[in-house]
Ligand binder design. Structure first.
Ligand code: NDP
Length: 479
């Protein structure tokens, strides 16, 4: 059986203890590989390698780093088909989605930050008699921890700016989806990334992930994952005064006003609900519809949802693949049961889906649409992170803003209206780090990305990411 090893100091090696964890294919429910089950001893080895590498990497010019990172992007792109297949087998998402979204975005992440670093500039301030200039230097050894929903996409979203800024990285992918992260090591080696600059350590979050956060030589942590894990990481990192970037959970509102472009709102709301099995932190899982179009929207939306055919992720006809793990499958199903207990009516789905053939033991859930719930019930307040959405009518702008802002989260939000004044007014009042008007998941990598309230601390993307991964020093000269 294939063994996924740690990538430390440019070499693939077993964990110090020689232990392994099973890695499942979600579409079949079968163990198909084993991954290194690492702990603090492996973090120690990685920290040693990264610290040595930092003395040279931190002194390379932005142009040298750019050239290597562009070769990494090319290397992933050359193997796009292979990466996409590996991602789909490991995560359960449709193969076509891996090909058009996950892997191209990983390529783009490296290209974007490779070129951004050569344009990165600092500020200078003058007054009568003094000049201040700000120098930005790499931090040192940094930790990047990423989740399972968009494995290589989010892994590289953190690693690329960290490397571009001149840091050495110890990265931990989710134990549920380690394979493409592991393949990235090969690409980095071929592209000429010096040994020890990027180290990839596999294993359990509460074991090796926690050890990475706790290590005193790791000066910053960039984390994407659940809100409760983020809180645990903050608790461990704060007394050591580490720099922290936390991208956490969401329960995003999708607001449909009666004056929207109806067809576009229906089609894109379905996409925002069920893309990647609803396992995207940005998915619009609470759909609020102005009462005058509620029934017509519901009818057309259900027609659109019926096109989300569930099945084998390798089948080109499949629109929705498998749920990443049995434990997550059980969690999503428990929320559907909770929704029924809370008085919700299931308009479609609500059940596991059992495909015929090779996927009969996989973890699939039908796209599920629920109505009749109060905005403040648990189903509408807690993150489900699966193919489940609720429909809720509203009468006024004030009412929908109150309901939209009622959760502890504040990551993304979506608004559908053709009235430009209303669009700006509502955007202003939504408690969210990201507002999409008449679109969803349109991404410009230069923009700040992140959430407010329990959805996180700090911003990723563009210049924000380079600022996070550098330390500022102001130099003042009196003349
Ligand atoms: P988790 O918080 O469970 O895990 C995220 C990562 O952290 C994994 O690599 C995990 O390892 C690791 N980890 C777990 N516990 C610790 C710990 N104590 N110390 C250090 N690392 C730890 O999230 P999921 O993987 O379940 O991802 C889903 C969540 O991620 C959802 O809440 C979603 O909203 C959020 N998310 C947020 C995004 C954003 O940009 N705001 C984007 C995408 C997802 P292991 O897998 O081994 O447990």
């Amino acid at each position: 059986m294939k063994k996924i090893l740690n990538f430390i100091n440019g070499e693939y090696i077993e964990s110090v203890q020689g232990l392994f964890l099973d890695n499942y294919e979600p579409a079949t429910g079968i163990v198909y590989s084993q991954i290194a089950d690492s702990d603090s001893a492996d973090i120690e080895v990685a920290v040693q390698a990264a610290s040595v590498a930092f003395t040279l990497w931190s002194k390379t010019s932005p142009e040298e780093r750019c050239a290597i990172m562009l070769r990494i992007a090319d290397g992933i792109e050359r193997r796009l088909e292979e990466f996409a297949l590996a991602e789909t087998i490991d995560q359960g998402k449709p193969l076509w989605l891996s090909k058009v979204m996950d892997i191209p975005r990983a390529v783009q992440n490296f290209r974007f930050f490779a070129t951004e670093i050569v344009h990165f500039s600092t500020s200078a301030h003058t007054d009568s008699g003094s000049l201040n200039y700000t120098k930005r230097s790499p931090i040192g050894v940094v930790g990047c921890i990423s989740p399972w929903n968009l494995p290589l996409y989010l892994f590289t979203w953190k690693i690329a700016p960290a490397l571009a800024a001149g840091n050495c990285v110890i990265a931990k992918p989710s134990e549920l989806t380690p394979i493409t992260a592991s393949m990235l090591g090969e690409v980095c080696r071929e592209a000429g990334l010096p040994s020890g600059v990027l180290n990839i350590v596999h294993g359990l979050g509460n074991k090796v992930g926690a050890a990475l956060v706790e290590h005193p030589a790791v000066k910053a942590i960039s984390f994407t994952g659940g809100t409760s894990t983020g809180a645990a990481i903050a608790q461990s990192a704060a007394p050591k005064f580490k720099k922290l970037s936390l991208e956490l959970g969401g329960k995003n509102p999708n607001i449909v006003f009666a004056d929207c472009n109806f067809e576009e709102a229906v089609v894109q709301s379905a996409r925002a609900a069920f893309t990647n099995q609803g396992e995207i932190c940005l998915c619009g899982s609470r759909i609020f519809i102005e009462s005058s179009i509620y029934e017509s929207f519901k009818k057309r939306f259900l027609e659109e949802v019926s096109k989300f055919t569930v099945g084998d992720p390798l089948d080109t006809k499949t629109k929705q693949g498998a749920i990443v793990a049995k434990v997550h499958f059980d969690k999503v199903m428990s929320y559907i049961e909770l929704a029924k207990e809370e008085g919700g009516s299931i308009l479609c789905g609500g059940k596991p889906f059992v495909p015929e053939g090779r996927c009969e033991k996989g973890w699939f859930i039908e796209p599920t649409v629920i109505e009749g719930l109060s905005y403040d019930c648990r189903t509408n307040q807690e993150e489900i992170f699966g193919p489940v959405v609720t429909l809720t009518p509203f009468d006024t702008e004030e009412e929908v803003l109150m309901m939209a802002n009622s959760t502890k989260y504040g990551l993304a939000s979506v608004v559908w209206t053709e009235n430009v004044r209303k669009a700006h007014r509502v955007a202003e009042q939504l408690q969210a780090g990201i507002v999409w008007i008449n679109c969803w998941l349109v991404r410009d990598l230069r923009t700040p990305f992140g959430g407010v309230k329990d959805s996180g601390v700090g911003r990723e993307g563009g210049v924000e990411a380079l600022r996070f991964f550098t330390e500022a020093k102001n130099v003042c000269i009196k003349y």
